[in-house]
Design a binder for this molecule. Structure first.
Ligand SMILES: Cc1ncc(C[n+]2csc(CCOP(=O)(O)OP(=O)(O)O)c2C)c(N)n1
Ligand SMILES: [Mg+2]
Length: 792
């Protein structure tokens, strides 16, 4: 029983160091680093102190190399300090904490150098990420790709107020459905949020909720000092007082100190012999140490709690803590942005035996022999395999993705056909694709893929309808080899699942090519999670369909307007909106390679892919795709009708409005023979290429380099007008006029849609052929153009 005293001594010493180094990092950024422009580092000090002991216990002893952690955002200084002690973080970056190229304010996979497993920052997302990472690990294992790697535990360090984030609850339900294992969430139960002290009895709600979802719950409330005191005569009464003390009062007394605790204990308990003696035996300082000895701050208690877990069921630890523990701000309700003054820091430095100028020395002020500490660190299991990022070889993508053509199709239908063709074959690509959808698998056309490749579950589960011979177009067969993960209706879960699947090469050493589907308007529902997934460079493809007012009879609640702009603005996501299925096939082919491209995000590096698709059936061009056209489609645009030498008008369209653009060009062409028709498959790629080219020309003066859109528009005279049209916000294409100084009429949707036929709505919102013709006329001179006859 009990933890080895030498180990405990080492761990406690390292924990002291972590608290010091993390605090010094923050202090340095505030008071020592020059030119901070008065920008204070808030929100880190108290939150970090709260978690320091728990994180020291984990990193220096409990974690194994295969375990992965999402650290509460404001504990980033603690994380960086621990990595500094391991030798994975530099002093320079710590001195530059929150500064340019310094250690990041919130742990970042892509921006930090010290092996962050999962980025955090927007609270709640990192927590759910661990849950989905665990499900993905199960998927990888079930498909036989874990090789000799042992299973890791996915661990989140969670703030108690962070638990308010709804996406955590959504994830819990999903985890339960999929038989979640190997997941630990450690709630830093300091009973403080940013603004205030949390509600009484929150822990009990957490406990019942987690148990309800099949988790084990371990409450670590009392440290060893407390436990020893409770065993003394009168200890029971002290325990009762602690249990009954309201959160606010406990926090306030922690802030005020031992004398305040004594007074309150005396007032509340009165003179009761043994318990009074218990209190009287302790000095104010000892009394404060006792009352601050909550489980989360007690190394032995935390180690015991973690090491007692001998199963793979998910566990929620509720560890009682004090926000800002050990520091002058401890327990103060306003301490979220609390900082130590220079004088307070000096006092603490002296108490820690740290000489001026030696603040960054790794073992400064510790009585233990440095060599022993060094050996202890070197032996920490977490550190035993060095760097933890894994890699996986690229999966070959066939030169062309096939589909069964038909004269009339929608891009959504084409998406299903392309995946169906992949599912029929036996390519490596198909074996690594994993699809997922929040209850819109069938309505986004994944049905054929799922029929062939099956749904994923750890245990087989047959489609009862099929067994009963009830006709159905869809087979719902679950097995460990299935390649579709069906989710409940929660778009946040979809994107966090994509985030987890899309990091599998790095986390599990097994590459997956995730493809998620949802309705386009509901991207906004999961937007923060989408942003989060991109921020940590997860690689996935998302097909969003149906989209726009083209979804006519469904009405305004289901019609997306802003998503093309989201697609353009979202870093790490290449967005496309093809009109035709052959374009889509080219884009998906390119996308599967883009998802695997190394070298970080940006023009040259890879990223994720967003396909904005439509249910509108339109006539498909019957044409071979030359390599050149293939390339242009993935670059973002090509001339569907090349402008002639005297071109004075160009129609540039994106997506499902292609028939209207083509029809308008037909009418305009009667009087303007050189009219051009520009098919834009990706406003995002075009714009990004244009921006990059301008930057390149500025950076390397004299270089002759034009972007794709500049090349396409190069032959146009300045007088040529451009009409742009998209079923989405007109700003998506409105910038085209700036490329070469052409006037633009940008058509699109700016107001909520409504029900009606496509014709009704295109006419109402000004996307039909006549609106395009009107816009063209406003940009040109000459005889009036014949218009399309309206149906009456
Ligand atoms: C989505 C989101 N909303 C708001 C914030 C701002 N914020 C950062 S920490 C915090 C409070 C955190 O309290 P808790 O989780 O209890 O952590 P503690 O500071 O007590 O350790 C808030 C509101 C954020 N980071 N993310
Ligand atoms: Mg808190």
């Amino acid at each position: 029983m009990g933890i080895d005293p030498v180990r405990l001594e080492m761990l406690s010493a390292l924990n002291r160091k972590v608290l010091w180094l993390s605090s010094w990092t923050i202090h340095h950024a505030n008071h020592i680093r020059p030119n901070t422009d008065g920008l204070k580092v808030g929100g880190h000090q108290a939150s970090s102190a709260s978690l320091a002991n728990i994180m020291s216990a984990l990193y220096f002893s409990v974690l194994r190399p295969q375990d992965r952690v999402a650290v509460k955002p404001h504990a980033s200084p603690v994380f960086h300090a621990i990595q500094y002690l391991f030798g994975h973080q530099t002093r320079d970056k710590l001195e530059n904490f929150r500064g340019y190229k310094g250690a990041q304010s919130y742990p970042s996979r892509t921006k930090d150098v010290d092996d962050v497993d999962f980025s955090t920052g927007s609270v709640g997302l990192g927590v759910a990420q661990t849950l989905f990472a665990s499900l993905v690990q199960d998927y990888v294992k079930a498909h036989g790709w874990m090789k000799d790697r042992p299973e890791g535990r996915m661990i989140a360090l969670v703030g108690d107020a962070e638990m308010d984030e709804g996406n955590i609850f959504e994830a819990l339900l999903e985890g339960w459905k999929h038989g979640l294992r190997n997941t630990w969430w450690v709630v830093d139960y300091n009973r403080q949020s940013l603004d205030a002290v949390v509600r009484e009895g929150l822990w009990a709600k957490f406990e019942t909720m987690f148990r309800n979802f099949g988790w084990d719950v371990v409450i670590v409330k009392y440290g060893k000092l407390m436990q020893a005191a409770f065993a003394e005569p009168g200890g029971e009464a002290l325990k009762r007082w602690i249990d009954n003390c309201p959160n606010q009062m406990y926090a306030a007394l922690c802030f005020q100190g031992g004398a305040a605790f004594r007074k309150h204990l005396q007032d509340d308990i009165g003179d009761q012999g043994p318990v009074s003696a218990l209190i009287d035996r302790r000095s104010d300082e000892e009394l404060l140490a006792l009352m601050s000895n909550l489980g989360g701050h007690d190394m032995a208690s935390m180690i015991e709690a973690f090491e007692a877990i001998d199963h793979d069921r998910p566990v929620c630890f509720i560890a009682y803590t004090i926000k800002g523990v050990g520091l002058p701000m401890q327990g103060h309700k306003d301490n979220h942005a609390g900082l130590m003054t220079v004088a307070q820091m000096e006092k603490w430095r002296a108490a820690q035996n740290i000489r001026p100028g030696h603040e960054w020395d790794r073992f400064e002020g510790l009585p233990q022999e440095p060599a022993k500490l060094e050996a202890f660190l070197a032996a920490a299991p977490f550190n035993s395999e060095g760097r933890r990022r894994l890699t996986a070889p690229e999966i070959e993508v066939p030169r062309e993705l096939a589909f069964k053509p038909s004269a009339q199709m929608s891009t959504q239908q084409g998406f299903g056909l392309i995946l169906n063709e992949l599912a029929r074959g036996d390519s490596a690509l198909a074996s690594r694709i994993v699809t997922t959808s929040p209850d819109v698998t069938v309505s986004t056309n994944l049905g054929a893929w799922v029929n062939r490749r099956g749904l994923f579950a750890k245990a087989e589960n047959h489609d009862l309808f099929r067994q009963e011979k009830i006709p159905s177009a869809f087979t719902w067969e679950f097995s460990p080899k299935g390649q579709h993960i069906e989710l409940g209706i929660a778009e946040m879960n979809l994107f966090i699942m994509l985030s987890a699947l899309g990091l599998s090469h790095s986390i599990n050493g097994a590459r997956l090519l995730p493809v998620g589907t949802l309705y386009d308007p509901f991207i906004e529902r999961g937007l923060d999670a989408l942003n989060y997934a991109c921020y940590q460079d997860a690689r996935f493809m998302v097909a969003a369909t149906p989209s726009g007012i083209t979804l006519a009879p469904e009405g305004g609640a289901h019609q997306s307007i802003a998503t093309p702009l989201i697609g353009m603005a979202q870093d790490g996501l290449a967005s496309f909106e093809p009109a035709f299925v052959d374009e889509l096939a080219a884009i998906m082919r390119w996308g599967f390679e883009h998802m695997q491209r190394e070298g970080g995000q940006g023009e040259e590096g890879g990223g994720s892919v967003y396909l904005r698709l439509s249910t509108r059936t339109i006539e498909q061009p019957q044409r071979p795709l030359s390599a050149g056209l293939h390339h242009e489609i993935t670059q973002g645009a090509y001339w569907l009708r090349k402008p002639g030498p005297n071109c004075d008008i160009v129609i540039a369209y994106t997506g499902a409005v292609a028939p209207e653009a083509i029809e308008a060009v037909g009418f305009i062409g009667e009087s303007h023979r050189d009219v051009g028709l520009l098919a834009i498959t990706s406003a995002d790629r075009l714009h990004a290429g244009w921006t990059a080219a301008r930057k390149l020309r500025r950076d390397r003066r004299g270089i002759q380099y034009l972007s794709h859109i500049e090349n396409l528009l190069a032959s146009l005279s300045r007088d040529c007008g451009i009409v742009t049209v998209i079923d989405g916000h007109p700003a998506t294409l409105g910038w085209l006029g700036s490329v070469r100084g052409n006037r633009v009429e940008a058509l699109g949707v700016e107001r909520f849609g409504q029900t009606g036929t496509i014709d009704d709505l295109y006419r109402h919102y000004g996307l039909d052929a006549n609106a395009i013709i009107d816009a063209a006329e406003s940009l040109t001179v000459g005889a009036p153009v014949r218009h399309r006859k309206m149906a009456v």
